[in-house]
Write a protein that binds this ligand. Structure first.
Ligand code: ADP
Ligand code: MG
Length: 610
């Protein structure tokens, strides 16, 4: 008896499982499937991304629903449109031998009429994002009053994204006596609260945190100065010419910025984050799946759960705020038996986080050196050699060959090889010949302090701040991560705080014209340590809010050793906001189409705490 059969699954599902090539059930499948098949119970299941949760609830649901009926019996809620579509496809796949099965995806940004029509045809299972689902219930376009099974997938992420009320509203339209299955990677208070509220003595299962592919992922870190992050990223890309990777940044702004820099520098890159329209996100994902994009720069929310095959590298351009998020990120690679590398670019101040992650993933990181320019040249030359070797000859070239031969007649094979390779070599060589070593050695430690700016701000205890509330206030206002505002020191009528130098310009400009309860709040570089070019504010910035125009802000130092890799314009270009435009993935346009109430959700825009 096959191992899936032993779980109690029926023939038509087993056939699909065989087609998909699943051989052994994953942990969460092994634990959840028999229980869910056997009895009607609520369940809370803690399992990381990539552990095979979709099948863990998908198979039991498929087996238990009545396919001969057209009534909607199963509802699966998931946080993003991408995941919603992924789950829909997966369930359709699992159910391909269930004749008459109709699974419908419901999500914002696409025609509501089409979705309503699909539902009306009789969808036994609906997979939905909360925003659109709530909409459609409100307009009586779906009826979930008879569902028997409800799945809350990636529950922590849904709550993070502010879907609590939507979920409550949706579930209030569902019958009391159904089974609710909640899946989550982490169990913050909000998730236990929701479990308490909507579930009756759920069976709890926990899976040992191992990704399906975790075995195949190796973990590396590169220790560099914070200001060399981008250069290091480029070197890693150049040293891995066949890279196919997801690069994680912490904020939408950084995501967009890094993607734009990469595009300007001639890489096939694109950004994926919640400020893109759904259409743009679809385009990006499609190009990525087709491998027209080699480097997908993404926020955690946008890339959560995304299953793209054969990703070679996950790059943590910045470490996530929550260490647990690291597992989600690294789980994007090493899937389906392939090996993958999860890379972290760390600055000295973040070094200790590596050990914290090691504890969680129970694996050791290998510290690697950022490749030198010459190493990269070497890699690129071999890459070219192999590319030439493996290229199929295009015979459309034949007509031009006589003329080409004429031009090159005088050269021997050896000379030709030298010339061809010099084209590539010179390109990289010129770019890298003066490149410095980006690795931090022991005595670079002093460098760190230069990388940080101390500010003076004219609010303090008198304004009811202490260091924690001021830190929160600043990081929210500046849209920075938890660790990006530090050394907050609150005095009676003023305070000090630090950020990395890369944020200096942004910080100053946010406070250029800032008022708090009618009072002007000003921030200046503090005299003590602000030796790094204080005061040099660039004028004329119209800055509406947090969603800054990083185009202008983009860090010049970050781009200092660029300028060679291709024939793009000089360093001044970027400030005109020109060259990135051609990418087509600029993503400035905000989604405001009324059809999509998921808008609020997909980008974590509702995340702000109040
Ligand atoms: P999660 O929802 O936990 O992140 P998924 O359900 O998306 O994980 O599954 C991750 C990947 O693993 C998918 O590509 C899926 O097809 C595959 N998969 C799931 N179960 C198995 C299994 N038992 N054997 C092999 N591959 C599996
Ligand atoms: Mg999933």
């Amino acid at each position: 008896m096959n191992k899936f059969e032993a779980l109690g699954l029926e023939e038509n599902l087993l056939k699909a499982i065989a087609d998909m090539g699943f051989e052994t059930p994953s942990d969460v499948q092994e634990k959840a499937i028999p229980i869910l098949l056997e009895k009607d119970t609520d369940m809370v299941s803690l399992a990381q991304t990539g552990t095979g949760k979709t099948a863990a609830f998908g198979f039991p649901m498929l087996q238990k629903i009545n396919i001969d009926s057209r009534t909607t019996q199963g509802l699966i809620l998931s946080p993003t449109r991408e995941l919603c579509l992924q789950i829909t496809n997966e369930i359709k796949n699992y159910g391909k031998y269930c004749k008459g099965l109709n699974v419908v995806a419901i999500y914002g940004g696409a025609s509501i009429t089409d979705q309503a029509r699909d539902v009306k045809r009789g969808a036994q299972i609906i997979v939905a994002t909360p925003g659109r689902m709530k909409d459609m219930i409100g307009r009586r376009l779906v009826d979930i009053s008879k569902i028997e099974y409800c799945v809350l997938d990636e529950a922590d992420e849904m709550l993070n994204m502010g879907f609590y009320e939507d979920i409550t509203e949706i579930l209030s339209h569902s019958p009391e006596e159904k089974s609710t299955w909640l899946f989550s990677a982490t169990m913050p208070r909000e998730v236990s609260a929701i479990a308490k509220k909507f579930m009756h003595s759920p069976v709890e299962i926990t899976v040992g945190g191992k990704n399906m592919g975790a075995e195949n992922v190796s973990h590396e870190f590169y220790l560099v100065n914070a200001r060399d992050r981008y250069q290091s990223l480029k070197r890693l890309a150049d040293a891995n010419p066949s890279i196919f990777s997801v690069i994680f940044c912490r904020t939408k702004r950084d995501t967009q910025k890094v993607a734009e820099l990469l595009i300007e520098d001639g890489y096939s890159a694109a950004a994926l984050h919640g400020d893109l329209s759904q259409n743009q996100r679809d385009m990006v994902m499609k190009s990525f799946r087709n491998r027209q994009i080699q480097m997908l720069v993404a926020t955690d929310v946008a890339a959560r759960g995304i299953d793209v095959e054969n990703i070679t590298h996950v790059i943590n351009y910045q470490l996530p705020d929550e260490i647990e998020t690291y597992t989600h990120r690294s789980g994007r690679t090493g899937r389906a038996g392939k090996t993958g590398v999860s890379i972290v670019i760390v600055s000295k101040s973040e070094r200790r986080k590596i050990s914290a992650i090691e504890k969680i993933i129970q694996k050791k990181f290998v510290q690697k050196d950022v490749p030198s320019g010459m190493e990269i040249c070497e890699v690129q030359l071999f890459h070219l050699a192999n590319k030439i070797k493996n290229t199929e000859i295009n015979h459309d070239i034949d007509t031009y060959l006589p003329n080409i031969n004429d031009v090159l007649e005088e050269f021997s094979k050896e000379e030709l090889i030298k010339k061809v390779f010099s084209v590539e070599f010179t390109r990289f060589y010129n770019y890298y010949k003066k490149a410095k070593d980006l690795n931090i050695s022991g005595d670079d430690y002093k460098e760190e302090s230069k990388d940080s700016v101390r500010y003076f701000i004219n609010i303090g205890e008198r304004d009811d701040f202490d260091w924690m509330t001021l830190k929160d206030f600043l990081k929210d206002l500046l849209n920075l991560g938890k660790d990006d505002v530090y050394k907050v020191d609150v005095k009676e009528s003023f305070s000090f705080f630090n950020t990395d130098t890369q944020h200096q310009e942004m910080v100053l400009s946010v406070f250029k014209d800032f008022q708090l309860e009618g009072r002007r709040v000003s921030v200046e570089i503090s005299k003590d340590t602000g030796r790094r070019g204080g005061g040099e504010r660039r004028g004329g910035r119209d800055r509406g809010g947090k969603r800054g125009d990083f185009k202008k802000r983009s860090d010049r130092r970050g781009s200092s050793d660029r300028g060679g890799n291709s024939d793009r314009g000089g360093s001044g270009d970027r400030d005109r906001g020109g060259s990135g435009e051609k990418s087509g993935f600029k993503g400035r346009s905000r989604r405001r189409d009324s059809s999509s109430s998921d808008n609020k959700g997909t980008g974590g825009r509702r995340r702000s705490r109040s």
